[in-house]
Design a protein around this ligand. Sequence first.
Ligand code: NAD
Ligand code: DAU
Length: 357
Amino acid sequence: MTLLVTGCCGFIGSNFVYYYLDEHKDARIIGLDKLTYAGNLDNLSNLTNEQKSRFVFVKGDINNAELVEYLLDVYDIDVIVNFAAESHVDRSIYNPRAFVETNVLGVQTLLDVAKKKWYINGKWKHGKKFVQISTDEVYGTLGPTGKFTEKTPLSPRSPYSASKASADLLVIAHHETYGMPVNITRCSNNYGPYQFPEKLIPLIILNALEHKPLPIYGDGRQVRDWIHVFDHCRAIDFVIEKGKDGEVYNIGANNEWENIELVKKIIEILRQLTNDELISEKLITHVKDRPGHDRRYAIDSTKIRKELGWKPEISFEEGLEATIKWYLNNKQWVERVVGGEYKEWYEKHYVRERKLN
Ligand code: NAD
Ligand code: DAU
């Protein structure tokens, strides 16, 4: 099996490359990534020599149809797994257009090329598939009860989630209109190694280690449903292998946390691991809320569990501690990603906009 993995140098894409090459000893991966601020080739530096022999990296944009066409031809790609995206909700509030360019037009480009190469005389070539990595955010926000199922109507509320929902609709349209073999996965919040520190968990870990204030948007009572990235990657593998054409699969681990409680938990674990008494709840700082902040997400993943036989394997206790240890043990990686662009983002979003020092 040969996969085209787009966004292979981002957080989930890189974890997926490790997972998939490890799990499938005869698989090859062609990785395509534009290396935006969030893409880091360093994320793949721990591939073994054997894994490197089954991995090809290509720097490029999913909007480059000629390049994608070339890759599908030369490497005889079986499955496109599209992780490439602008992924941060806060950034989408400042600059929605970038999100439309990659998350909508980029997906349309991939669909166009897949159709051009795989749809011959009204028939799809055997064994080909397009897998779109989507998100639970396309469903919008929940009240205190209930969960998102695959039947929940799409109701995105941020430019990011609107762009992801648009892509989902395009993918479904290609299945309905042309019979394209597709799957869509919608996962809840991921955590784990190699996550860029603009996202809540790594941001809190890194700020706490430097005794910097820990920014909590609004009252901090918003709820997210967390899953370890490894379990997400395993679920995608199940979908590639067994997903029924045209189906959407929710992925989640039944692990809801209020942001404020999660931050307190991270502080507690970090304190135990470092014996640093300055890492304390005193660092928690409530700042201006995210506009349009979704209050609660919770995923019902019964369908993938029942129909494909997947279930998560990593408990939150064990996964969160391992993740914190990963950030403690990978200082070089951290130093490299917090330079340049990250500093500018932090200055603009936290210092100037939210008055955090
Ligand atoms: P990320 O921001 O860490 O990585 C995105 C990667 O895509 C980066 O390597 C970036 O360089 C690359 N990229 C961006 N634009 C590109 C383009 N035009 N062409 C080629 N490459 C491009 O994101 P992530 O957290 O790893 O998320 C990956 C996917 O999973 C996204 O589609 C996201 O919507 C989805 N998702 C994320 C989460 C989460 O909790 N992080 C949860 C559910 C779904
Ligand atoms: O649910 C899946 C989604 O999860 C993915 O589709 C997105 O790509 C991913 O970024 C993530 O979106 P969130 O907005 O939920 O993640 P983030 O880490 O940005 O924020 C998690 C929660 O923490 C959210 O309620 C906002 C809050 N938050 C976040 C940051 C960065 C804060 O209170 N302070 C912060 O500084």
